[in-house]
Ligand binder design. Structure first.
Ligand code: SAM
Ligand code: SF4
Length: 379
C-alpha cells in the first residue's frame, strides 16, 4: 500500500475563550492585537507555509483537518494558500477529506461559499447545546438560532458533510433539556454528530467555578442516562456510532479522526500541534509568539519528541481501538488480561457474540465504561 500522510492544521485563535475550554487558543486581549484577526491571518498563514515546507516528502494526503481554536477566523484566501501548498508538495488522494471546524458565530453564507470553493468539503460546527441557559453556563457566545442558520448556509454553499459538536452534562441541564438539544440537532441538515460529556479541565474558569461551589456538576448516573438517550435517538435517526463519542450517517464518518484512532501517520502544523509518524511522536512549541520566532529564525518549531517502544504502541492501539465498533482481537491480549475482561463480559459490557468470534468489543453499557475497561486491561 502506498504511504499517506494526514495533516492537522491548528488555528490558535478565538474571539473569546469559553469557560470550560483548555485548548491551545488565544483571544485578542491575551495577544494584545485589538480584535483584528484579518491582519493576524496573513502573517500566521505565512508561518504555517514555512512549517509545511519543512515536511519531508511523505506520500499523498488523504485527509486535512483545520482545527482550533476557531479556524473560521482566518481569511478563506489564506486557508487556500495552505491547501495549494500542500497539494503542490504532496498531492491529494482523489477523495481527500478536508474539514474545517467552525464556531457558528464566525460564518456567513458568503464565507462558507468561499470555504467550499477553495476545496474544503466538510464543516464541523460547535453547537454544544440548543438551550440558552446551558449555553450561558458553558460561556458560549452564540445563540441557538445561529446554528440553524449556519448549517443551512453550509448546505446552500455546497457542503454535503456537515457535523455538529454537542456537550452534555453541564451543571443545571435537565434530561429534558438535553433531549431538546438532541432533537434540535437531529432537525438540522447534518450527516454527523460528536457528543462529549463536559469535562472539568484544570486551570479553566469553569474549574474555578466548580471549586468555589458556584456550579455543581451532575452525578455520573445522570450523565450516563444522557449518553443512552443520545445513542437511542441518534440511531433511530440513522446516525450510527462509529466511536464512543461519534455518530454518523452511513459513509459520513470523519476519516481524519479514524486515521488518528487507527494509529495512522499524521503531521500537525501550528503552535502546540502534535505529529505522529511511524511510532515517533513530537510536538511544537505551544505559544504562537514562540512558534513565530522559531520559524522566522529558520528553526524547526518542534519542542520535544518521543519514540514509542513496540509495547507503548500496542498500549496506544488498544486504548484507541477499543472505542471503535470493531474492537480488538482477543488474541492481542494476554491470558491474564482476557481473564480480567471476563467479569465485564459476564456483566454484559462486552459483546458475547463477538467474544465468541475472538473479538473484544463494547456493548452499549460497555461504551459508558470504556475508560474503566481500558484502565483494567492496562493495569
Ligand atoms: C475546537 S472546538 C470546535 C470549534 C470551535 N472552536 C467551537 O468551539 O465552536 C472543539 C470541540 O471540543 C469540545 N470541547 C472543548 N472543551 C471541552 C470540555 N472541557 N468538555 C467537553 N468537550 C469539550 C467542544 O464540543 C468543541 O466544540
Ligand atoms: S470551545 Fe472552541 S470557541 Fe470555545 S474557547 Fe475552545 S476552541 Fe475557542
Amino acid at each position: 500500500m502506498n504511504k499517506t500522510l494526514s495533516f492537522y492544521v491548528h488555528i490558535p485563535y478565538c474571539t473569546r475563550r469559553c469557560g470550560y475550554c483548555d485548548f491551545n487558543t488565544y483571544t485578542p486581549a491575551e495577544l494584545r492585537i485589538g480584535g483584528d484577526f484579518a491582519s493576524v491571518s496573513h502573517s500566521y498563514i505565512d508561518l504555517l507555509l514555512k512549517e509545511s515546507d519543512l515536511v519531508p516528502d511523505a506520500g499523498q494526503i488523504p485527509t486535512i483537518f483545520f482545527g482550533g481554536g476557531t479556524p473560521t477566523l482566518m481569511e478563506p484566501s489564506d486557508l487556500a494558500k495552505i491547501l495549494n501548498r500542500l497539494r503542490d508538495r504532496f498531492g491529494f488522494t482523489d477523495d481527500c477529506e478536508i474539514t474545517i471546524e467552525a464556531n457558528p458565530d464566525t460564518v456567513s453564507l458568503e464565507k462558507l461559499t468561499q470555504l467550499r470553493s477553495i476545496g474544503i468539503n466538510r464543516v464541523s460546527f460547535g453547537m454544544q447545546s440548543a438551550v440558552p441557559h446551558v449555553l450561558a453556563t458553558l460561556d458560549r457566545t452564540h445563540n441557538p438560532e445561529n446554528v440553524v442558520r449556519a448549517t443551512h448556509w453550509a448546505r446552500e454553499a455546497g457542503f454535503s458533510e456537515v457535523s455538529v459538536d454537542l456537550i452534555y452534562g453541564a451543571p443545571g441541564e435537565s434530561l429534558t433539556e438535553w433531549e431538546e438539544t438532541i432533537d434540535q440537532a437531529l432537525s438540522l441538515p447534518i450527516s454527523h454528530i460528536s457528543a462529549y460529556a463536559l469535562i472539568v479541565e484544570e486551570g479553566t474558569k469553569f474549574a474555578a467555578q466548580v471549586k468555589r461551589g458556584e456550579v455543581v456538576m451532575p452525578d455520573e448516573d445522570e450523565t450516563a442516562d444522557k449518553y443512552l438517550l443520545a445513542d437511542k435517538k441518534f440511531s433511530a435517526a440513522g446516525l450510527n456510532w462509529y466511536e464512543v463519542s461519534n455518530w454518523s450517517l452511513p459513509g459520513s464518518q470523519c476519516r481524519h479522526n479514524i486515521a488518528y484512532w487507527e494509529g495512522k501517520n499524521w503531521r500537525g502544523l501550528g503552535p502546540g500541534a502534535h505529529s505522529h509518524i511511524d511510532g515517533k511522536r513530537w510536538w511544537n512549541v505551544k505559544h504562537p509568539s514562540a512558534y513565530g520566532e522559531r520559524l522566522s529564525a529558520g528553526l524547526d518549531p518542534a519542542q520535544g519528541s518521543e519514540i514509542l517502544t513496540l509495547e507503548e504502541r500496542e498500549v496506544e492501539r488498544i486504548l484507541l481501538a477499543i472505542r471503535l465498533p470493531d474492537g480488538i482481537a482477543l488474541a492481542s491480549l494476554s491470558a491474564a488480561q482476557r481473564e480480567q475482561m471476563e467479569t465485564f463480559l459476564a456483566q454484559g459490557h462486552l459483546s458475547e457474540e463477538n467474544w465468541n468470534r475472538g473479538i473484544l468489543s463494547l456493548t452499549l453499557s460497555g461504551r459508558l465504561l470504556a475508560d474503566r475497561i481500558v484502565r483494567e486491561i492496562l493495569a
